[in-house]
Unconditional design. Structure first.
Length: 200
């Protein structure tokens, strides 16, 4: 269980959970949510916001109503929340490098992740060394998750995984492999909910 906090020492990472039943049933629901987690030595929200806007000026704060209905106090302004998007610049080529993994795991990522390039104005370049925007690991003890959008570059630049695919095993169906890879790469592209998919 994650608690939501709203301080300057927070970063956002989409954390996706799969029930830990053995044997694993593909029919069991997986849960994914974007939560805030304390990271004293990590990426603070001011730096995260600055990096996101520097990458893509359209990431500047978007004002949205709080709650399902706009709340207008009789003698006050509309209550609003500020949200900073973390989308990459349109037309960007994102370099993706693997921290670990088998050739089979890497092949699945290369085959399925590129499907995002068919629908978003973005390109992927898989590299074997050097700088990258997204650093992929396959640590099975850490689940499947990704930092949101431009935050990936901050962590990959430190040699830390920015996206983990802990559920990519040969005993999984192609449908499950495709769903997990596309889902986590959606977060890495900047969406923190399915509703944002149309914005890529």
């Amino acid at each position: 269980m994650q608690e939501e906090c709203h301080t300057s020492d927070q970063y956002i990472k989409a954390i996706c959970f799969e029930p830990l039943h053995q044997p694993m049933s593909e029919e069991l629901a997986r849960v994914c949510f974007a939560g805030t987690n304390p990271q004293p030595d990590g990426l603070d929200s001011d730096t995260s916001t600055g990096l996101a806007i520097s990458e893509n000026p359209r990431n500047a704060s978007i004002t949205i109503p709080i709650g399902p209905e706009p709340m207008v106090p009789p003698d006050g302004p509309l209550e609003l929340a500020m949200y900073t998007a973390k989308f990459w610049s349109p037309g960007s080529t994102l370099r993706i490098r693997f921290l670990a993994g088998t050739d089979w795991q890497k092949g699945k990522v290369k085959a399925y992740a590129k499907q995002w390039c068919d629908y978003g104005y973005i390109k992927f370049q898989f590299v074997d060394s050097g700088e990258c925007e997204i650093l992929v690991d396959f640590n099975p003890t850490r689940g499947s998750w990704s930092y949101i959008g431009t935050d990936n570059r901050y962590f990959s630049g430190q040699g830390k995984a920015s996206l983990n695919l802990g559920w990519i095993f040969e005993d999984r169906s192609e449908d499950v492999l495709r769903q997990v890879i596309l889902h986590e790469f959606g977060h890495a592209l900047g969406k923190d909910s399915m509703e944002q998919a149309c914005c890529l």
